[in-house]
Design a protein around this ligand. Sequence first.
Ligand SMILES: [Cu+2]
Length: 365
Amino acid sequence: MDQIFYWPQAASSIASRIDTLFNVLNAMALFFIILIVGCLVYFVVKYRRGTNADRSNPPDESLTLEIAWTGIPILLCIAIFGFSTWTYLQVMRAPKDAKPIYVVAKQWMWKIQHPQGRWEMNELHVPLGQDVRLIMTSEDVIHSFYVPDFRVKQDVVPGRYASLWFKATKVGAHHLFCAEYCGTKHSGMVGTVYVMEPADYQKWLHEGNAGGTLAKQGEQLFRELGCGGCHGPGSNVRAPLLDGVYNNPVPLQEPGGSTKVIIGDERYIHDSIVNPEQEVAAGYKPIMPSFRGQLDEGKVRLLIEYIKSLSTANGGRAGGIKEVEPPAASKAETAPLASRPQARPDTAPLAGATTDVNVRTSGQE
Ligand SMILES: [Cu+2]
């Protein structure tokens, strides 16, 4: 089924499947409306008062009929359930190699950051025929990223990352709406998604990123904020080194004194910046100041990209933090996060940075 005149065009790889589901449900509803209303009208006319229709010996039982009206709807429901679940899983699971693009929603605009460094407002440029994964968060209230032509919509909630993926199949401009009432100018929170030929997209990407990649900008910000003063290898303050944190196990201090190991994903890095006392790396004191309110989500993203780059380049070490042997006195206490695989292979939960992990996590170019 291609397009019905009152529908937006179908411009993504999953759009036609959503449309099929919608059409099947509509067709079934229409079929039963006609069947039921048709029978109703027919019998009302046939058995109206005064007609000489045959009213003797009405059938009060029909096994065939009962099996039919129970069995057929059950089969239809199972088929719809199966098809829609399959579609839902496709929509929710982004392909592994989908290109990440970062989205921050705020009253009343969409800010988009491409890993290569270019950013844009209320516009999103994407390449044709490539899987794109949006990683989104909000500065203030709940918004919802909605592109009708792609048949995708995802709520964007402050304090967490939401993800949405699609593969655009038609070059051109497509409407972008906020689909969650988010305040006075909600209706003005609109934008455009531009689908470009991949070559044009590459050209476009490199036209406007004077500041370098997000990771590079993050490195700059990391310096400006003085993060290296504590997280640098030569620091007197005991703070974890950050290379190797991303996508590797991080041991956390639990209230009872026990340790819990989590994976240092984007969520963890984000929360460690804005809410550092919440999850304290085992063996460290909760002395990091919170950057909540000082950094907007776009800037936090820069730092995350920088910290990610430390784990994906050079087998876990690169950028501004260079490897040094920790001072002898603090060596034993700081073992978990401060040690590096290359330096001290005997300790090192974070040292789990194996080559295949690093390959798998190098999500940007
Ligand atoms: Cu909104």
